[in-house]
Design a binder for this molecule. Structure first.
Ligand code: GLA
Length: 337
């Protein structure tokens, strides 16, 4: 008798718990439909000015349109997966992501599906298991090849203005070949150099381990040391942080700034700081793209998808404009940076 009463009590307790959990779950789903939606904004390098600005713009879009943005840095795969889990636990209905490794595509997609979350990629498009872009995930990024050609054109124009002999100059091509957008950007610049009289053997490859200033510095240093006889250098890479790192390396090896032309991509805070220095450095300029638009538009697309079921554009490619010492303040204003 006693035993069976305890048995009933246990059964009732278990049923109650299950019911409560069920209610909580339902309440949760109901909540996200009526209350202020929440989204995540996940970036691979949260300390980089480009990404800081993207997250700020996403947060501001939320303040304007009525949703909350949880900004998270995801420097590796493990942190990416736990960030998605944490977002789900906080009731977020989706996220925008620039992942630390584009090969995480299938893992990120599976985790999002598991939690019933929608997501959009920004800047770096994820790949599927066979190495093709995850086309079913909406993506917003810069038009990589075109912006690369703008880098090449700026390098050639400045080299011409300085009256360099193309046959004697060398180009330092900092590469990040695992990342398709990086490959495309660098290829765009290379094609322009080749069209303007540079030979392939004048372009020296410096693979970088990380796509930041330190990565650029470490890639460039040994190359400048090894090619001490070269007088005139062009420098390009996937972004301005990498070019800035290489410019710092050239300074450390005593290469005069008038013999260096570095052109980056991004137009974020690091470039503004460099271009406003009294001292003219080897960093000539950068192709500025609106990180504000990237952050604002992806957050808004995701929000409308969650709230109204409006499917975001499958692919959005943004454009850039050359920012130099002469026009950086004006470009900064135009791009709302
Ligand atoms: C990549 C780079 C960033 C920035 C974005 C812009 O993610 O690592 O520095 O250039 O692309 O799309």
């Amino acid at each position: 008798m006693m035993k069976s009463r305890r048995g009933w009590a246990a059964l009732i307790a278990a049923t109650l718990t299950l019911t409560l959990v069920g209610c909580q779950k339902r309440e949760h789903a109901g909540e996200s439909a009526t209350e202020r939606p929440r989204i995540g904004f996940l970036v691979k390098m949260p300390e980089q000015a480009w990404f800081i600005n993207e997250q700020r713009a996403a947060t501001e879009a939320g303040q304007r349109l009525g949703f909350d943005v949880v900004n998270i840095g995801v420097p590796d795969g493990e942190k990416t997966m736990s960030a998605i889990d944490n977002l789900a636990a906080q009731g977020a209905a989706g996220f925008v992501i620039c992942a630390p490794d584009v090969r995480l595509g299938p893992a990120i997609a599976a985790r999002a599906r598991q939690h019933g979350m929608k997501f959009i990629t920004v800047d770096d498009q994820l790949l599927d298991a066979s190495g093709k872009p995850l086309a079913e995930v909406p993506h917003l990024g810069l038009s990589s090849y075109n912006i690369g050609t703008q880098v090449g054109e700026a390098l050639v124009a400045e080299m011409t203005r300085r009256g360099w002999n193309v046959a004697e100059a060398r180009a330092l091509r900092i590469t990040s070949n695992e990342l398709p957008t990086a490959r495309e950007r660098v290829k765009g610049a290379t094609d322009v150099l080749l069209k303007n009289g540079m030979r392939e053997d004048q372009i020296l490859d410096a693979p970088q381990r990380t796509t930041d200033t330190e990565g650029g510095f470490n890639a460039a240093s040994p190359m400048f040391a090894k090619h001490g006889g070269v007088k005139h250098w062009l420098i390009y890479a996937l972004n301005e942080e990498s070019v800035l790192g290489a410019v710092r390396a050239s300074e450390q090896l005593g290469i005069p700034s008038e013999n260096v032309i570095g052109v980056g991509i991004n137009g974020a805070g690091e470039a503004h700081a460099e271009l406003s220095k009294d001292r003219i450095t080897g960093f000539y300029g950068t192709i500025a793209v609106s990180s504000t638009a990237h952050g604002r538009d992806t957050a808004e697309h995701l929000f409308r998808w969650i709230k109204e079921g409006t499917q975001p554009p499958a692919l959005t490619e943004t454009t850039g404009v050359l920012m130099t010492r002469e026009n950086w303040q004006q470009v900064k204003q135009e791009l709302q940076l």
